[in-house]
Structures are given as C-alpha cells and as structure tokens.
Ligand binder design. Structure first.
Ligand code: MF3
Ligand code: CO
Ligand code: CO
Length: 282
C-alpha cells in the first residue's frame, strides 16, 4: 500500500513528481492514436471502422482501453458527430439533425460533418484521456469557427492552471472566452481528476466564478474538456443511455487534454507528437 498518499481536504489526490513520467507515457499514446486516426477521416468511412482501428492501435501498443467495460461501455473510443455533445457510440446510427439533407446511411461520415474522437488508454496503470475535433472534407464556416473557439477556450482554461489559482478560475476563463464569441458552455458534463484511476475528484467545471472552488496545488492531475455549443447549452441523453445531444440540435464541439499541475503552471500530458491537435494543422 502507498502509505504516503497525499489527498487534499476536497479529496483531490496529490501525485509525486516521479508520477509525471507515467502520465506522460499514457497521454502520449492516447494523443498518438488520435494523430494516426486523422488521415482515415473521409466521406464514406464509418465510425465503427474508426473505432476498430483505434482498438487495434491500443492493442498493438500493449496498452489497455479504459473505456471497454467501463460502466458497460463496449468501445475503445467515443465518436460524437455534429450535434452529439459527447459519448457518441461508434457504429450506432447517427442521430438525425434538423434539416439533415445528407441522406447518410447509419454511421457513415458525410462531407461537411464535424466530429470529436475521445480516447482513454491505460499504460502501466496510468490513464491518458484526450479528445479532439476532426472535419470531413469542406465544412461550413460557422462549424470551423465553433471548432476554433472550442480549442482556444480549452487553451484559455489551461493557461489558468497554476498553484494558487482555483478551479473556478479555470471554468471562468473558458466560459468568458466562449460566451464572448456568442457560443455556450455545456453544464451537464465536466472534466475530472485522473491518474491511477479514470475518474476521481474534482469535477472540473467549464464555467464558474474567479476565486471559487478548490485551490490548485502542485501534483494534481485532471482533465479539462469543454463542450461548446453554437446554440443553447442544454443537452439530452438518447435511449441508448450514452449519446448526449444538444436539445436544440445545434452543433457542438469538444477538445480534451490531461494535465498535471507543476510548481509554476502545468504540463500537458496529451500533447500531439505530430502537432495535429490544433484545428488548423491541416
Ligand atoms: N473519455 C471520456 C472522458 O473524457 C469518458 C468516456 S466514458 C465512456 O471522461 F464509457 F463513454 F467511454
Ligand atoms: Co475525460
Ligand atoms: Co475523454
């Protein structure tokens, strides 16, 4: 047993400096998998095919998928298209959008789609959790703007990560940025502590007031994963009990990084080795 385990009064575990290496290895694999999926994105490809490729990459690396078997979930990724906010199930029929004239069949990607792919792997017991947006062919300019704003909102949140700041400062930075662009922050899902476990305290809200919430300390490991909508923030869960969509069927985007708090800021564990995290990389 780890008798030196340190936990804050809010129940947030403080990891040691030696633990950063394990998180970097796990985060790097998750990010690399997202890099390697990028060239596969094209019209006609199915989300089931993308998930199968992801599962094969996890196996090939000798790692373990954190999501297969998690609360009954059966896939190595979540793939969330267009108005799906998060937890889209690969291979499932794409929920119909308002004014959907694509004539899409089942889970095929169609030119103009935007999608989030979220992968969590376990490497030597450490969890790496990251997601990013992809575009299918040419997309509408408002969809491009949503993706850009969501990426930049995550980065605003990460810029607020340093000892002495609070979780409310992170949420506020994200909310202020997104709402200034007339977009909305999803309230129904949040980031989370992770490390030796998938989901642990705290809940990392993507909205909030400066100076509120737990104070950040060196050694905290958590995700920041804002979901931003073009319309209203409300979501609903489909009858499959996983797929979350926007209630108003507006487009939604999400980016996720796993980070660790250092003495003067943070390290991002899930940086893209190929530099493909930023939405304008291509
Ligand atoms: N990776 C997601 C997160 O960011 C969790 C997915 S759980 C699943 O926390 F079961 F839906 F895969
Ligand atoms: Co997460
Ligand atoms: Co995730």
């Amino acid at each position: 047993m780890d008798d030196k385990m340190r936990v804050t009064k809010e129940g947030i575990r403080l990891y040691d400096s030696a633990d950063f290496a394990g998180m970097h290895a796990a985060g790097k694999l998750a990010a690399e998998i997202l890099d390697r999926v990028a060239p596969m994105i094209a019209p006609g490809v199915t989300t089931a095919e993308l998930d199968a490729a992801i599962e094969a990459m996890v196996d090939e690396a000798g790692a373990v998928s954190a999501t297969i078997g998690y609360k009954g979930y059966k896939h190595a990724s979540c793939i969330s298209l267009n108005h799906v906010v998060c937890h889209g199930i690969p291979g499932s029929k794409t929920p119909k959008m308002k004014n959907d004239k694509t004539g899409r069949k089942h889970d095929e990607l169609v030119e103009g789609d935007i999608l989030n792919i979220d992968v969590t792997v376990v490497v030597d017991g450490w969890y790496g959790d990251t997601s990013r947006m992809y575009k299918v062919g040419k997309i509408k300019s408002f969809a491009d703007r949503l993706i850009q704003v969501t990426h930049d909102a995550l980065m605003e949140g990460i810029a607020a990560v340093k000892p002495g700041n609070t979780f409310g400062d992170i949420g506020h930075a994200i909310q202020k940025y997104a709402e200034a662009q007339r977009m909305s922050v999803v309230r129904d899902f949040c980031g989370h502590g992770l490390g030796r476990v998938f989901h642990s305290p705290p809940n990392v809200l993507h909205y909030g007031r400066p100076g509120t919430g737990a104070v950040l300390e060196e050694g905290m490991f958590f995700t920041i994963e804002p979901m931003i909508n073009l319309g209203r923030p409300e979501t609903k869960i489909l009858s499959d009990d996983w797929t979350a969509i926007t209630r108003d069927k507006s487009l939604s985007a999400q980016f996720e990084h796993s980070v660790g708090v250092t003495a003067d800021g943070c390290e991002i564990f899930t940086l893209s080795p190929a530099g493909k995290f930023h939405p304008t990389w291509d």
